[in-house]
Design a protein around this ligand. Structure first.
Ligand SMILES: O=C(O)CCC(=O)C(=O)O
Ligand SMILES: [Fe+2]
Length: 602
């Protein structure tokens, strides 16, 4: 039977040509690349170019979302006729016709998107870039850029837009106050440039009635259509955006087509589900959990009322379940064995007046600390500055961050030592094993994120500092000290279960880690960093913590977060867990063996 080979493009002839058609000049470029080059120009102090590229990156990202939406709508019907062929009796044909439908739809989307977006622009962007945009960091760069160009109105507007999503950013708050006092800056500047994308919040404030539809009794009940629209939009993006292939998601390579299809559809489902919480979270704010649930239940009620059937009911139940499926309880039983020679327990729950806290010493040798410190320096100087920015928390410190993945990439490019990049990863494993054993964590423990972070005091300007290097926070929820609540929702990293910080040096002033009570006021324990000292603690609301100001020198530490949920483990763990060791080079790789593996620690 040849139906699988049927040319599928024919199904797309109803689709209208995309903006720009096939004219290569106006195809959308990859917005991550535009952003990256914009940031390079920024650090090269080429302000005109930086402004142009950063603005273009923002517009391109928005256009890409629009193209995807349009193509989704145009291709909704593609391949539908394959369904007519489904033979419910002879089940064996079902798979093939479904495949035909999937294939036709995919072809339609590919064709449609290809008319407006360059091939590179269609590739998925990294989570780093996603994070940059979701935290509105492009506006952070634009603010400075426009200031340098003396375009104060635009600078103020960028500052305001950034601040909406980063309300605790002290530096931006100060800037905005300065802009307000400047000549040539009018009130119009202080409008959120991303408002269009957050409309569901604005419209949410007022009641929204749907008239002449369904039962008259439904009128008067607050229907949250805008928010549903936003969720729908988010889900469409999940479907049309390039999903990572199942292999990338850690499915064993010997899995067959059905396992791969299942993994892909799971990844799609989890993306779609994440839309519920994403849409329910104001940019940089704490949304109302109760309000969210009420709304969902209200919907269930209305849907039932209108007899829309089981499907809607299931969908809503699914949403509510997702929302509640991150319970705080990650039951730990501290006091388990610490099996690494040379490692000692320095502080436990009792000494630290808290729950699920530990300080271990001797986790790294002096030499290892030096190597990682060197790696941080090399990465910062090899870096394009992309990561180097003022501390997100205080104007009195600068902040450099390096992820394992980026360290590996830099090593592959010969910018840093490959064995040092590998050590970074190995340290993560060492910490994971130690803490898994000490906390007797009942489930598996997976590395979710590893971040080498250095905070440096800005020269001068340190007298009488009252601010913190890292404000008091909880790692996996948004702390609201006034109410003693901790909201387990984005932008907090809700899947983090266990936190760890491995310190590398002590030649700086300040920079002490401290824990507080749940009220985020009373300090209950302090930890002074030093090489090889590891602090581990559960990431939830029993452990609010912060870092005191670093008033001189540079404080470097390896921050690690672990999760009990396998699907949230990081890319590097996924790659290495399957023996492919793609990122860190396999043991057979000459590049690694020629230099030799590090000797085992004794
Ligand atoms: O560096 C430290 O001591 C703590 C950092 C921290 O709490 C964090 O990054 O979440
Ligand atoms: Fe933290």
């Amino acid at each position: 039977r040849s139906f699988l080979l049927k040319p599928t493009l024919l199904n797309c002839t109803t689709a209208t040509p995309g903006r720009g058609g096939s004219n290569g000049l106006s195809l959308l470029q990859p917005y991550d690349f535009l952003y990256y080059t914009g940031v390079r120009s920024y650090f090269g102090e080429e302000w005109v170019k930086a402004a142009e590229l950063l603005e273009k990156a923002i517009i391109t990202k928005q256009s890409l979302l629009r193209v995807r939406r349009r193509c989704h709508d145009e291709c909704v019907a593609a391949g539908r006729d394959a369904f007519k062929e489904l033979d419910s009796e002879g089940g064996s044909l079902w798979d093939l016709w479904t495949l035909d439908w999937v294939q036709q739809k995919a072809e339609c989307l590919r064709f449609c998107i290809g008319r407006s977006v360059t091939p590179a622009g269609q590739l998925p962007v990294s989570t780093d870039i996603e994070y940059e945009f979701s935290s509105r960091n492009p506006y952070n760069f634009l603010q400075v850029t426009y200031y340098k160009l003396d375009k104060l109105q635009k600078a103020a507007s960028a500052a305001h837009t950034y601040f909406v999503a980063n309300p605790s950013h002290l530096e931006m708050r100060n800037n905005i106050e300065k802009y307000r006092r400047m000549d040539g800056v009018t009130e119009e500047a202080f409008q959120d440039r991303e408002l269009e994308n957050e409309k569901h919040w604005v419209r949410f404030e007022g009641p929204c009635l749907r008239k002449g539809e369904g039962h008259g009794e439904a009128a008067g009940i607050r229907l949250t259509l805008p928010r549903n629209h936003a969720t729908d939009e988010c889900r469409v993006q999940c479907e049309v955006a390039s999903q990572r292939l199942p292999e990338d998601r850690g499915v064993d390579s010997h899995d067959g087509v059905f396992e791969k299809a299942a993994a892909l559809s799971l990844s799609l489902l989890s993306c779609r589900q994440s839309c519920v919480t994403q849409v329910a979270t104001r940019p940089g704010r704490i949304s109302s959990q109760e309000d969210f649930l009420t709304t969902q239940l209200e919907h269930l009620h209305i849907a039932q009322f209108k007899g829309q059937g089981l499907e809607v009911k299931l969908k809503i139940t699914q949403n509510v379940t997702t929302f509640l499926s991150h319970p705080f309880s990650f039951v730990l039983a501290p006091g388990g064995p610490v099996l690494q020679v040379g490692v000692t327990i320095t502080m436990d729950d009792q000494v630290m007046n808290g729950t699920n806290r530990v300080v271990l010493d001797g986790v790294m040798t002096e030499k290892e600390c030096d190597r990682i410190l060197h790696l941080a320096t090399a990465a910062a100087s090899a870096g394009d500055g992309y990561r180097g920015r003022r501390s997100p928390h205080t104007p009195h410190e600068t902040f450099e961050g390096l992820t394992v993945l980026r360290a590996v990439k830099l090593a592959q490019d010969g910018m840093v030592n490959q064995s040092d990049a590998r050590l970074l990863h190995e340290l993560g494993e060492r910490v994971r094993v130690l803490l898994h054993s000490y906390f007797r964590s009942p489930s598996g423990l997976f590395t979710s994120f590893t971040h080498l972070v250095c905070r440096s005091a800005v020269a001068g300007d340190q007298k009488g500092r009252l601010d913190l290097s890292h404000p008091i926070h909880v790692d996996n929820c948004l702390l609201e000290p006034e109410t003693n609540q901790c909201w387990r929702e984005p932008p907090a990293f809700i899947h983090r279960d266990l936190s760890a910080v491995l310190y590398l040096n002590d030649n700086f002033n300040g920079g002490e880690l401290f824990f507080t009570n749940r009220n985020a006021k009373t300090i209950t324990a302090r930890v002074k960093p030093s090489c090889g000292r590891l602090v581990g603690f559960s990431s939830g609301p029993v452990n609010p913590h912060g870092v005191t100001a670093v008033t001189s020198g540079r404080r470097c530490a390896l921050a690690l977060w672990f999760t009990k949920e396998k699907i949230y483990r990081d890319m590097v763990s996924k790659m290495t867990a399957h023996g492919s060791d793609l990122l860190l080079g396999s043991d057979l790789s000459p590049a690694v063996t020629s230099r030799g593996r590090e000797p085992e620690r004794i």
